[in-house]
Ligand binder design. Structure first.
Ligand code: ADP
Ligand code: MG
Length: 704
């Protein structure tokens, strides 16, 4: 029974959570801290000192020697700087372990090594990390020993957000304020707080470490840049939800345990559609915690993989022609007393509130479809979106048959009188059908699907932070709620006003609703007719950040200033150009040093064998000749495509940084990369496998 795991004991054992705080902190201090966490009250230094001391004692008991302000800069990964708890040695040569309130709540970090998109040109290079006490600290164990990780926000000297978390916290405040206004209008006097709840389903691939090491493209860029499709792909659908193999099961077991220790509620795991692809989903949590937990989960997935002789690929599209990986962001709005604003509810009274919330969200998504698309923009996602297995780059909302029908009734008559199943309900918009959960089928092709009591945003890339899309969702919903509340609070007849508003929003924004097949090419046409934005590439999407509409939205709710938005756009362009450049250079490297030499070797061997056979007598060597000709022709194509790519890449430094360079990379570099890949993939199908310089797709995805 050595494998026995007591999950309840294990869960959260390395987290400085509420239970630990209540047990270890003096009552008064605990109460003060709770006020800060729950109501956002400022924390005094005296209280922080006591908390820091207890946190340190607890962390040392857990084996920690260091503490670290853990933050999420705009690089897409987490960052940390480690400090040991030790103080300067005393005269007797001994050191003490110390950690003050000041060290807990504020850290200083050189911001100049993180992307700031021009912010650091105008402001000081100094950056500050500030404790986000709403997300619990934890002790992480790895090769570096135990480290007390303190979740923080990261800002510049003058307070500009340099991270993913600051705007997320700001957007949570915006949606809280406006949702409470909306609830009050419907007579709710008891709820004190509305929080976005998020469950992020994480997809990933596992490959064998030895094979991974032989693929420079995987090691440098996270995806394969060459690779012919194996004879068998995912067409049999025999991997999806299939039996999990032992090696993978052992891996998942350890991933779960590591997650649980850190309070991450790893819950659902299964095989995904593509061979070697899997998914792990936690139980939903307040969005800032969900975002932190997703980062922790990604790190654990990687760390445990290397212990098991594997590598975890979080890239959105590790293998062309095979399904990519995403992160489904399930989003709802929950009150502190357990009401989900996206739950259709049981009584007509609540249904009106639900319909208002729903139509406000339709309005929000329609108005800011470009921003929502941008929030999922990521270099890797460009390879995935619209790839006939992931949502297209057009934002639309799936409501399902039943809700879609209610919306149709609202649009055509102004009142919804019945539910789809034909059971007639009372007339009037005040009496809306009691929407059965799962009364409608799922639509896996929709980027933004209503799934019973939440929306599932399916566009986010597997490697990306979930912060960006939730910042957008929270803020655009806050704007729609605000506009609705402004009108309803001023209305003389509330019932009439709300009826009119729901109808108006339903009519004005029906174009965003699409219940059909989002993967079908006709949808792109239809979307165009409806005037919905189609932004296929990250580079096309970035301008959405700085439109007057976006600036007005984010400034109104104090989520981003114009300067912050501009800096973020700059960073995105920079990240895009750099990533494409690395990929292009990696391709050149692989082609020059591995592929071309291998093909030369193969053709030389072929030529030699032809001569040898010929020398032996009048034997037909037409097959060998044919192969030699084909390979030689493709070798020539490869060489010229490579020269072209080298030329295109050499020009990059001459193109001005920012948008211009990103556009050049998208239009010129990416094109030249595809042109190099084509002959190489054809060669892979011809050249003797023994001589091909790296593992094939088949080796990688079928032999984990
Ligand atoms: P699926 O069939 O899409 O896998 P699940 O019910 O398993 O649906 O949920 C997927 C994710 O959505 C999980 O992370 C789950 O915790 C989360 N989730 C469930 N209900 C809600 C909700 N009301 N708000 C936000 N997330 C939710
Ligand atoms: Mg799902």
């Amino acid at each position: 029974m050595s494998d026995y795991v007591n999950v309840t004991e294990l869960f959260g054992c390395d987290v400085f959570n509420d239970a630990v705080m209540e047990e270890r902190l003096p009552k008064k201090v605990y109460k003060e801290l709770k006020k800060t966490i729950e109501e956002g009250k400022e924390l005094s230094l005296e209280v922080a000192d006591v908390v820091a001391h207890e946190m340190k004692e607890w962390a040392i008991e857990k084996g920690a020697t260091h503490y670290s302000h853990w933050f999420q800069p705009l690089t897409g990964v987490t960052a940390e700087k480690h400090d040991a708890f030790i103080t300067a040695p005393k005269e007797n040569g001994k050191v003490l372990m110390s950690f003050s309130g000041k060290e807990l709540i504020k850290g200083e970090s050189d911001a100049s090594s993180f992307p700031s998109g021009g912010l650091r040109a105008t402001f000081e290079a100094r950056g500050y990390t500030a404790w986000d006490c709403t997300s619990p600290a934890f002790v992480r164990h790895d090769a570096a020993g135990g480290t007390l990780c303190i979740p923080t926000a990261f800002c510049s000297y003058t307070g500009e957000a340099l991270d993913q978390k600051t705007p997320l916290l700001r957007s949570m405040e915006a949606i809280n304020t406006q949702s409470l206004r909306l609830l009050r209008l419907f007579g709710n006097t008891t709820s004190k707080k509305v929080t976005p709840s998020v469950g992020a389903e994480q997809e990933y691939f596992l490959v064998d470490k030895e094979k991974w090491l032989q693929r420079k493209d995987l090691t440098y860029t996270g995806r394969t840049l060459f690779g012919a499709m194996p004879p068998k792909g995912q067409e049999m659908d025999d991997h999806y939800l299939g039996t999990i193999r032992q090696r993978i099961s052992a891996y998942m077991k350890e991933v779960n345990e590591e997650c649980w220790k850190l309070g991450v509620t790893a819950k659902t795991q299964h095989n995904e559609v593509a061979p070697a692809q899997h998914e792990l989903a936690p139980i939903y949590a307040p969005v800032n915690i969900a975002a932190d937990h997703n980062q922790i989960m990604m790190r654990i997935l990687k760390k445990v993989a290397s212990r098991h002789g594997m590598r975890c690929l979080l890239h959105e599209k590790p293998f062309a022609g095979v399904n990519g990986s995403g992160k489904h962001n399930n989003w709802s709005l929950t009150t502190d007393d357990g009401i989900n604003l996206l739950d259709p509810g049981k009584t007509p009274h609540e249904n009106i509130q639900f319909l208002l919330v729903l139509t406000c969200i339709l309005k929000a998504v329609d108005t800011h479809a470009d921003l929502l698309r941008e929030s999922a923009a990521d270099v890797g996602n460009d390879q995935r979106l619209g790839g006939n297995e992931a949502p297209p780059a057009v934002i639309s909302v799936f409501l399902g048959e039943q809700l879609g029908d209610v919306l149709d009734q609202l649009i055509s008559t102004g009142t919804a009188t019945h539910s789809k199943k034909g059971s007639l309900l009372e007339t009037g918009v005040k009496t809306l059908p009691d929407f059965m959960k799962d009364a409608t089928d799922r639509n896996r092709t929709s980027p933004f699907a209503f799934t019973g009591n939440k929306f599932e945003f399916r566009m986010v890339g597997s490697r990306d932070s979930i912060s960006e899309c939730n910042v957008v969702l929270n803020t655009i919903a806050a704007e729609a709620f605000k506009e609705a509340c402004d009108r309803l609070e001023a209305a003389e007849d509330f019932d009439m006003a709300v009826h009119d508003l729901i109808k108006e929003y339903a009519i004005d924004h029906q174009r965003i609703v699409f219940n059909g097949n989002g993967y079908a090419p006709e949808w792109a046409e239809e979307a165009k007719r409806r005037g919905l934005p189609n932004l296929p590439s990250m580079v096309d999407a970035i301008p959405a950040l700085t439109t007057p509409k976006a600036v007005k939205l984010f400034e109104e709710f104090h989520v981003f200033t114009k300067t912050e938005l501009e800096s973020r756009a700059e960073i995105q362009y920079e990240i895009y150009a750099k990533a494409v450049n690395i990929e292009a250079k990696t391709m050149i490297d692989i082609a020059t040093k591995q592929i071309i030499p291998a093909v030369i070797k193969y053709t030389t061997v072929l030529a030699g064998s032809i001569n040898a056979v010929k020398a032996a007598g009048p034997i037909d060597v037409s097959v060998q000749m044919d192969l030699l000709e084909k390979c030689t022709a493709l070798l020539k194509d490869t060489n010229s495509a490579m020269n072209r790519l080298s030329k295109v890449v050499a020009k990059v430094p001459e193109i001005p940084e920012g948008r211009e360079r990103a556009v050049y990379c998208k239009d010129e570099v990416c094109k030249a990369m595809t042109e190099l890949r084509t002959p190489v993939d054809e060669l892979e199908m011809l050249v003797d496998k023994e001589m091909w310089p790296m593992p094939s797709y088949g080796d990688l995805i079928f032999e984990v």
